[in-house]
Ligand binder design. Structure first.
Ligand SMILES: [Zn+2]
Length: 551
């Protein structure tokens, strides 16, 4: 089988670092965490060496603003939300090898080391520039906290790009500029900063991205578009007192800019994991197998707004270091909307994961979000389609198949997988379909096509229901018991293998099915799992609950 290679591959699964100034909503989950988890689970089952890391991005201005609003410190705010995100990920069974945060001593050391390395190699440069400043709050203002008249059209706008006409500008070109933090007039003040010389990487990045034939067109095109405008030196320090300290003299009051340090989190998290007791190998340098062994593959699961950070900025930093592997793929998704409008933390238009899980099961959520995953275009969460997906697909197709076969074996064969004898063409065909599903589902998963892979499994469940309908074991049990036995032996194997195939998507359901056959409480390997004749079956409660819809 294609997925079971002789030599295990080293697969690094990197998931976007959430900004912890608020709670996670369903958009965060569908966009990158869920596909990353399915991908990591599949590769572990296929025998590969998977390391899946992420963490909370605790730094940056939004956290300091939120802290002011809640009358506390940035540290407390970011710790509070870090804990909420960590708990949510556990509730959803995300299988991170390490979910950490940027506030650790380890992250600081790794970032500063890389900063110094780039400095030694001549990729950093100090420059003086005039930056927006609020006299009232006595602070420099990042682009997102200034608002003024667009120099190109008659509208008010924020940042460095007009919301209305889409044109770029320098903040200093905006008229009637105010600070959105305190509504005071913005002045410009000279300040010195360290810049990353991105233009030095322009040519190599261009060649590297063009060679990525298997990237999603949206990812490749956005990255090449970004490059075609010409890279410019980017400041990697900020006038702020919350973040990673700049490891050079006279920068004691400044911090490293979040976009530079957060993307280094994948590396620092890998090192932290290797040095922790979560690493059972006793080799503290094992992270190098993923970061320095040229045969390893890095997959970055991101939202589309983060593409250039992972196709341009991070690769430039890694190229500059000369020490680490570049991304193999940046698996960026489009957006999940909520009833037609974009999820928005700031506009409070969202379904919060914690609220959702108070009412509904995490497996139903994982199933539904995978089935509508915004892989190549935006998709829409609606309550009606969630109820339909749960009731018509999970309950009526998958759950019902398991139920039927389980009760037929219970009522007619004393809860024991029956013996088979002289199975017919239909039986053989069904077994072949099961075996084929490993290949088709696995192929889609390896290509990061999660909706298609889930569809393969549901198609197998539909085929299974049709097979049982056609074989009518409730009738043959009276006419020829061996025929019924053959059908239910096939049925038992159908359930056993659906339990394996569904494991990356619905891990709890998979374990329940394992317990049905006494296969033990471990994640199965990605291969045909026989339910042998004579195995005693433990009755399990229905896998999924129907949701009663109030009209
Ligand atoms: Zn404009």
């Amino acid at each position: 089988m294609k997925s079971l290679k002789n030599k295990p591959e080293n697969i690094l699964v990197c998931v976007a670092w959430p900004y912890v100034n608020g709670e996670p909503h369903l958009g965060h989950i569908a966009g990158n965490n869920l596909p990353a988890d399915i991908f990591a689970r599949y590769h572990r089952m296929a025998g590969n060496n998977v390391l899946m890391v992420s963490g909370s991005d605790q730094h940056g201005t939004p956290v300091t603003i939120r802290a002011k609003e809640e009358n506390t410190t940035p540290k407390e705010i970011s710790e509070k939300y870090h804990n909420i995100w960590s708990e949510t990920f556990k509730d959803l069974d995300f299988s991170f090898d390490l979910y950490t945060k940027t506030g650790t001593e380890n992250h600081k050391e790794v970032v500063q080391k890389l900063f110094n390395l780039l400095n030694e190699k001549g990729y950093l440069q100090e420059k003086v520039s005039k930056q927006p400043y609020s006299e009232e709050s006595e602070m420099f203002l990042s682009d997102r906290y200034i608002e003024g008249d667009c120099p190109h059209c008659p509208s008010r706008t924020k940042g460095d790009q007009c919301d209305n006409c889409g044109k770029d500008f320098e903040p200093i070109d905006l008229k009637n500029l105010i600070s959105t933090i305190d509504n005071s007039k913005v002045t410009f003040k000279e300040t010195n900063h360290i810049y990353l010389k991105l233009p030095e990487f322009q040519e190599d990045l261009n060649k590297w991205i063009k060679s990525k034939s298997y990237w999603k067109p949206a990812v490749k095109n956005q990255s090449l578009g970004f490059l075609s405008k010409g890279l410019i030196d980017r400041a990697i320090t900020r006038d702020i007192d919350w973040g990673v300290e700049v490891p050079i003299k006279n920068y004691e009051k400044k911090r490293i800019y979040v976009w530079f340090e957060a993307v280094i989190g994948y590396l620092s998290a890998s090192i932290e994991w290797a040095e922790s007791d979560k690493n059972i190998s006793n080799n503290k340098d094992i992270w190098k197998e993923w970061w320095q062994n040229p045969e390893s593959k890095h997959f970055y699961f991101q939202g589309k707004d983060n593409i250039p950070f992972h196709t341009i900025i991070l690769p430039a930093i890694l190229m500059g270091s000369g020490e680490y592997n570049l991304p193999y793929d940046v698996v960026a998704n489009e957006y999940l909307n909520f009833s037609g409008k974009q999820f928005s933390k700031s506009k409070n238009w969202a379904v919060w994961v914690s609220d959702f899980l108070k009412e509904y099961d995490s497996e139903a959520l994982r199933y539904y979000l995978t089935s509508i995953m915004p892989e190549s275009s935006d998709s829409d969460f609606t309550w009606d389609s969630f109820f339909e997906s749960n009731n018509n697909e999970l309950v009526a197709t998958f759950g019902n198949l398991v139920n039927r076969i389980q009760s037929l074996i219970k009522n007619n064969f004393d809860n024991v997988v029956p013996n088979f004898e002289k199975i017919d063409d239909k039986d053989n065909e069904m077994i072949s379909e099961i075996k084929r599903s490993y290949e088709s589902t696995g192929n889609f998963l390896e290509k990061r096509q999660f909706r298609n892979s889930l569809k393969e499994i549901m198609n197998l469940a539909k085929l299974g229901n049709r097979y049982i309908d056609q074989k009518e074991p409730w009738a043959t049990i009276k006419s020829d018991k061996q025929i019924a036995a053959n059908t239910l032996w096939v049925g038992a194997n159908l359930i056993s293998n659906l339990g394996v195939l569904i494991s990356p998507f619905l891990p709890k359901t998979s374990l329940k099915i394992s317990s049905m056959f006494n296969f033990g409480n471990v994640i199965p390997e990605w291969k045909y799992r026989e339910a042998k004749s004579g195995i005693k079956i433990n009755n399990i409660s229905p896998l999924f609950k129907k949701i009663e819809i109030e009209k």
